[in-house]
Design a binder for this molecule. Structure first.
Ligand SMILES: [Zn+2]
Length: 66
């Protein structure tokens, strides 16, 4: 049978996975890397934003920047 399955192939370039959105402080899908925090020690890490937050805050993913 030939079903109309959507998105069978996983994208390897952009990891749009389920994770933590740093903007609305919650879990979400379709996260994109927005900001990389480089800190020697202590808290830090990369900041990911979900789709709605990217639109609300006009965030541009790092991959889409020049
Ligand atoms: Zn969000």
């Amino acid at each position: 049978m030939t079903g109309g399955a959507s998105h069978e192939k996983a994208s390897t370039t952009v990891p749009s996975a389920f994770g933590w959105c740093a903007w609305h402080k919650g879990h979400a899908e379709d996260l994109r890397l927005i900001q990389i925090h480089e800190q020697g020690s202590g808290a830090g890490g990369n900041l990911f934003a979900c789709g709605p937050c990217r639109q609300a805050h006009h965030l541009v993913p790092l991959a889409d920047r020049p």
